[in-house]
Write a protein that binds this ligand. Structure first.
Ligand code: NAG
Ligand code: NAG
Length: 453
């Protein structure tokens, strides 16, 4: 785990220790059911004939959202919708989104925040890990990302956070993720009688790393898959435009665990790849590799740290040149190939990003801009993949706030190089609010009623 994430978790523990002397069990709350055991996730018979975005089932989850599974946050309401979407192969599918409504919500502002689930196991889904009493090992980066959700809630924005990997946990399949995000927004806009979201709400997207993957694919697929939707903005950080290139970059490094999770995630979605993986794993190492299908980011990271991912395959890295993996990676693992985003976008990326080379994001920006996209691109000269999630968040937040406030985005494309993109004043103010709101949440104060504006 990166330095920042470690420090964050240590800080959280230090704050929590005196504040929370009781375990969740002493509070008398039972742990939520894992998605693999929870009948809510199974769609009703015949759902396949409903239109993408149709709400199939809903429930309120009062008072159970929490930071790191232990620290409850105080909101006006939280709801889950099971909705119809479409899988990587074009078949009907149902997945869940969680809609969080702050106190004093503005029903006309909806932010779709894509959490970086980064696991190939259904029990890593945001709808589960955001709940109090969920298995802490499954929480991935949500413990940190919920701070950004809290900052958004404090603006009065209603937050939609979909399980975009779907029931197959198809981690790294861009087509799956993009379609599930778009349908979650359709479902959210139709959920007024349950959640209070206005059908005329303005809506934007935000995501970092695995969450930016889902966000970018949603932006690319929107013109063809959901032409009636009209986003007013999207913020994407730590982009991962090319999964093949990510595999080569993370191999033997601290993020090597994303490799098995990504390959198994794709195999979950593409039966031909599942067969290919089974036939090509080194027999004595197969069981270890396949563990990535029943565990989440934190466990994957520690199991595979500094591993040579290709050593699990009889062919080694030649596997990337075989037709089955190559064609699947090309169709669902390379951005810039399915359409041109129609909304103004903000990209932030550390030049030294060690998960996805900055050159891939540079190339994506050139490609999309040549097709007419509208992108403000900030390249951060000091950060890396883990620090950028926090240092870049201030500018991203300012961008989203300006769009919701009706400030027009700069036209065309602009790239800027900065030394540390947290250093400008509006960004510091936005980050300050985030941190202050996290503290308010820790103190259980009602989010939305108090906080910096
Ligand atoms: C993705 O990366 C691979 C490996 O570096 C490369 O061969 C391929 O051309 C890249 N795809 C795109 C669309 O840039
Ligand atoms: C959580 O993960 C740690 C480290 O991977 C492991 O030692 C521990 O047993 C796990 N706990 C549960 C409940 O799975």
């Amino acid at each position: 785990m990166g330095f920042w994430l470690k420090s964050f978790l240590l800080l959280l523990q230090a704050v929590l220790a005196p504040a929370l002397p009781f375990s969740t069990r002493v509070w008398g709350r039972s742990a939520p059911l894992q998605p693999s055991e929870d009948p809510f996730y199974t769609p009703p018979a015949g759902y396949e004939s409903s239109a993408p975005g149709t709400i199939l089932r809903s429930r309120a989850i009062p008072d159970t959202l929490a930071i790191s599974s232990i620290l409850p946050i105080n909101v006006q309401g939280a709801y889950q919708l099971l909705y119809r979407t479409t899988d990587s192969l074009g078949n009907p599918q149902a997945t869940v989104t969680t809609i969080i409504v702050p106190h004093k919500a503005n029903p006309k502002k909806l932010l779709s925040y894509q959490i970086a689930e980064d696991g190939a196991y259904i029990n890593c889904a945001p709808s589960y890990v955001l709940q109090q009493g969920s298995e802490l090992n499954d929480s991935g980066s949500s413990a940190a990302e919920i701070l950004f959700i809290i900052a958004a809630l404090d603006q009065g924005w209603i937050v939609n956070t979909p399980d975009y990997e779907g029931p197959q946990a198809a981690f790294t399949s861009g087509i799956q993720a993009g379609q599930a995000v778009l349908d979650s927004v359709r479902a959210a806009l139709a959920s007024g009688s349950i959640t209070g979201v206005s059908s005329e709400a303005a809506y934007q997207m935000w995501g970092y790393s695995g969450g930016s993957l889902a966000t970018e694919w949603a932006a690319e697929l929107q013109p063809s898959y959901a032409p009636e939707l009209s986003f007013i903005g999207a913020a994407l950080g730590g982009l991962v435009p090319n999964i093949t290139s990510v595999l080569n970059t993370i191999n033997k490094g601290p993020f090597a665990g994303l490799g098995p999770a990504g390959i198994i995630g794709l195999a979950n979605a593409y039966p031909a790849l599942a067969t290919y993986v089974q036939e090509n794993l080194v027999p004595s190492k197969a069981a270890d590799f396949e563990k990535a299908g029943t565990q989440c980011l934190i466990t994957d990271t520690s199991q595979f740290i500094f591993d040579d991912i290709y050593s699990y395959f009889t062919k080694g890295e030649e596997l990337l040149n075989d037709p089955i993996p190559q064609s699947i990676l090309q169709s669902t693992g390379q951005q810039g190939t399915h359409g041109t985003p129609q909304m103004p976008m903000f990209f932030y990326k550390a030049v030294a990003d060690e998960v996805s080379p900055v050159a891939d994001t540079d190339a994506l920006v050139s490609r999309l801009c040549s097709q007419g996209a509208q992108i403000q691109y900030v390249r951060d000269g000091l950060g890396e993949h883990v620090t950028e999630i926090i240092t870049g968040a201030g500018d991203a937040f300012v961008f989203l706030k300006n769009r919701f406030d009706g400030v027009p985005a700069a036209s065309g494309c602009h790239t800027s190089n900065v030394l540390l993109d947290a250093l400008n004043l509006p960004a510091i103010e936005a980050l300050g609010a985030t941190v202050v709101d996290a503290l308010l949440a820790i103190l259980l104060l009602p989010i939305g009623e108090i906080g910096l504006r």
